[in-house]
Design a protein. Structure first.
Length: 565
């Protein structure tokens, strides 16, 4: 692991924050690292306020989108809310359709079939709209590259309002309105909304135009928070406000679908991390293993009994997803070993029988193992489909652009993308991808990095310190849970390897200079037990968490890594 200590912020800013907030230096330093310089900025950080959300009409084409939807309502047109089959897409469809249905009856929902139609807007979906006398499609979390599809729909008398957050291509679809903060000609102040976030801004604009109070929209924020967590967008600015209040909704008044999921997993209070690892995989499992509409049905169901039926069904999809994920990951790792490709700077694997619904998860697993830009391919009809994942600091989307001569279509983000290609281009692509990555990647990015916020002593870890740290949440990209480093630690004699195959490490660490000791747990650090059993002094990188045992709550270190001093 590469340990990187973040640069220390300006000492004058730290001293100012210490003084005006009455906090320890370490807390003031963490705030300064996040760009906070004043009491007012700190207040906004610790108490995210819905009043600080931006005016939705600052987004390009928002007025056109609202005008077209109002026209549809006035004329009694049939509207279709169309979204991708992942968490961001299904929450977006649930969000917009359920709001519209409270004010208008003629609203249908549509999620493309992952296997039959593939990602994004499909010709089949447009034909379905035409066959059902639908004249307006609101597309969510997709559509920014659907130039041909939008033109096809136009010939059938169907208009599009597109709400997307992916990078545009060379041209913009000729839709009635294209809402995407990443458009070069869009001056919206916050660029990192997820698809569901863009959908929420549309609802905010419609709601405002109707003269309704903003409070009407608060119950929908649980869906937005779920999409923010699942889509791994930065938890900064507007996303932080939406996630903060969305989590409050999930915990205080969860919708029937969320409550049914939580009953399955026996969880009472959810953080954004819990949303990512508990709710999101289950919502995703519907689109991966069966159909995304199952997720929309769960998220929009108001009857508690029926929601439990849907949740149980989705739990089965999730178990099936986990089984396939495990099997395919093992096969992919064996393929890499067999082809002796560990020395490459990229990981590209393919088997035509692999389940398309889990190749993205497998790509993530392989990236964790070999820490390389990774693509996992499978067959999808007459073509190949792949999911791409990257390592921190390397833009895999740009790398795919460098290989575009061999790709039929692709889309995504810096760290995650999807593509399709014709099978006869696989070998050419694999060779080109290795060339592009080799020519552009900084070799140090191929070693996992731990970014450390600050070096502290064990005596600084107090209940007050941790209580303030908890208020830095919700955590996610752009606002990660703080990681600390402490030197000159020794085990007090309690170190042991725990878990299956002794994969994990449990210890009580002691710092002589202040006589403080504290419990520590290190997942997947069992191989480093010998550092402590030999009595060596070590330095630890860790986050701080609460540990509850037999009703007693204490602080412990959650170790990221250990090295000898």
């Amino acid at each position: 692991m590469r340990w990187t200590l973040k640069p220390k912020p300006d000492p004058e800013i730290i001293e100012h924050l210490q003084k005006v907030l009455g906090v320890e230096r370490a807390i003031a330093s963490l705030l300064a690292q996040r760009g906070i310089k004043t009491f007012e900025e700190a207040k906004k950080f610790f108490r995210p306020d819905l009043a600080d959300l931006h005016d939705p009409f600052l987004m390009k084409d928002m007025d056109l989108a609202v005008n077209r939807i109002e026209l549809a309502l006035d004329k009694g047109e049939n509207i279709m809310v169309y979204g991708d089959y992942d968490v961001d897409g299904t929450t977006s469809v649930a969000l917009v359709s359920s709001y519209l249905k409270t004010i208008y009856p003629n609203v249908a929902t549509y999620i493309p079939d992952r296997y039959d139609e593939g990602y994004g807007i499909s010709f089949k979906g447009i034909d379905f709209a035409a066959d059902n006398d639908i004249s307006l499609i609101i597309a969510l979390d997709c559509g920014i590259k659907a130039i041909e599809k939008v033109a096809y729909a136009s010939k059938k008398g169907i208009d599009f309002v597109i709400c997307d957050h992916h990078r545009p291509g060379a041209g913009i679809p000729d839709a009635v309105a294209v809402l995407d903060p990443k458009r070069a000609d869009c001056e919206y102040p916050y660029k990192e909304l997820c698809g569901c976030g863009v959908g929420f801004k549309l609802l905010q604009a419609i709601n405002e135009r109707r003269g309704e109070q903003f409070e009407l929209l608060i119950p929908y924020l649980d869906l937005v928070a779920t999409a923010i967590g699942a889509d791994i967008v930065p938890v900064t600015g507007e996303n932080r406000i939406l996630a903060y209040h969305g989590l409050k909704m999930i915990n205080a008044a969860p919708r029937a679908g969320f409550k049914a999921i939580l009953q399955q997993v026996k969880k009472d209070y959810l953080t954004l991390t819990d949303v990512v690892f508990i709710i999101a995989p289950r919502i995703n499992a519907a689109g991966r293993m069966k159909h995304g509409l199952h997720a929309v049905n769960l998220l929009t169901e108001e009857d508690a009994g029926q929601a439990q039926v849907f949740a149980a069904e989705i739990e089965e999809f999730n178990k099936d997803r986990r089984d396939k994920d495990k099997t395919i990951t093992e096969e992919a790792l064996a393929q890499i070993e067999e082809l002796q490709e560990q020395e490459r700077l990229t990981t590209v694997v393919y088997r035509d029988t692999w389940h398309k619904g889990v190749i993205g998860i497998v790509a993530s697993r392989l990236t964790e193992t070999y820490y390389r830009p990774t693509l996992v391919f499978t067959r999808s009809g007459e073509k190949l489909a792949a999911s791409a994942r990257s390592v921190r600091g390397f833009d895999v989307y740009d790398a795919l652009e460098g290989c575009s001569e061999f790709i039929e279509q692709f889309g995504g983000h810096k760290y995650a993308a999807g593509l399709t290609m014709f099978s006869d281009q696989y070998d050419n692509f694999k060779r080109k991808f290795e060339e592009v990555v080799s020519a552009t990647i900084d070799r140090k990015l191929l070693t996992p990095e731990i970014q450390i916020d600050a070096e502290i002593s064990l005596d600084e870890i107090t209940t007050k310190f941790h209580r303030i740290l908890k208020q830095f949440a919700p955590f996610g990209p752009g606002n990660l849970s703080p990681v600390f480093m402490t030197r000159n630690l020794k085990d007090t004699g309690y170190v042991k390897c725990v878990g299956g195959e002794n994969k994990h490490l449990k210890a009580r660490l002691f710092q002589k200079k202040n006589g403080i000791s504290i419990d520590a747990i290190g997942f997947n650090l069992g191989s480093k037990c010998n550092f402590l059993t030999d009595g060596k002094k070590v330095r630890a990188a860790y986050s701080i968490e609460e540990n509850e045992y037999m009703g007693n709550v204490s602080l412990q270190l959650k170790l990221k890594d250990l090295t000898v001093n």
